[in-house]
Unconditional design. Sequence first.
Lengths: 194, 193
Amino acid sequence: MVRPMIVAVVLAATSVAHAEPLQLDDAPADPDTAQRLSTIGSAIPLASIGIGTLVWLEGSNNAIRDLGMGIAIGGAVAGIVTPSLGELYSHHWLNGTMALRAGGLFVEFVGLVFASNSDVGDCADTTGPCHLHASTIGLLGGGAALYLGATVLDIVEAPSAARAWNRRHAVQVVPTALRTPTSTAPGLVLSARF
Amino acid sequence: MRTWILTLALAPAAVHAEPAPASSRFVEGGMTFGAAEPVIGWNLMATVAAGIQIAGPWWAHAAFAYGPTIDNLGGHGLNNGRNLAVHAGAEGRWCSSRAGALCGIAGLDLGGQHGSWEPNNGYLMSASSTALVAIPRVGLDVGTTRIRARLDLEADAALVSRHHEVYDPMYPTTRSPSGILGIELAAGVWLAW
């Protein structure tokens, strides 16, 4: 008599199933979504850098050029993090690619300082023609390669990060039967690994 | 690695996981912050926009923006300038998933832009600029299929422009600046259906 009552209480207390979004911590990561997130997160800052630089160089007055410079710099800084959106979505919070992009941006900045017409730049000596040193060109190229390479790496690796998360937190739902004292009821087994 | 097994009673209700129907039209209200000819300073414009999905990721849209300008030197107050922009064009939207939690946008508009300014600085008495511009745009939007927040970066590349300046009322000058006549960051809220 006690068992049927317990089963009845459990069934009565069970709410109707809803297809509401799962908590992020529980949700499996979709590899395609991860890659799209990284692609969007890469394209927007790169486009902002491109448009900002164009406006910085070609703007028709100082306010326009200043804002272009600000947007180019802001896009470059945002682009340290946003290409990793796919990996962040896959719960991979700390990424070496972020460090690579930050390093690339620093190297690029040092190269731009040497390339600029300043007291520490390659053109500080005004007695002769101005040429960029090979080291400055190396810094500019190396910084850009580091930044762009890490960005491409994030896009390529985002699906793998999602699959790795799914493997670590695999969720399986399989049909089963629940035996009660008087009959057998259909049920589901939810299996997860942590 | 431990394996946890949880047994659930199968509820008789139907379980649905269908995606929400995608929206194909939107109206948007928002603000832009930027700089544009002829004003040397920042502009702050209120914007309204509307769009319709053409096919796949491709949308057509039109936008109107108008507002005052702000001095970029000293007090950062209103500096008697005005900017107006009307533009329309096409854009592609590519989303991270069918529900579109995050979408990237790239587009190109054509439009007109007009600005005026009376700086009263003792030299330049007034300036106005009217231009036909091409506007490359990139941006992103986040949210649900019904309500989305959107951030755009727009550049105003001159196709045809006419810039009128008055230093001396007896000798107004006119020139045709080329290059980039303005840049704006636009933020808005989308209502879609």
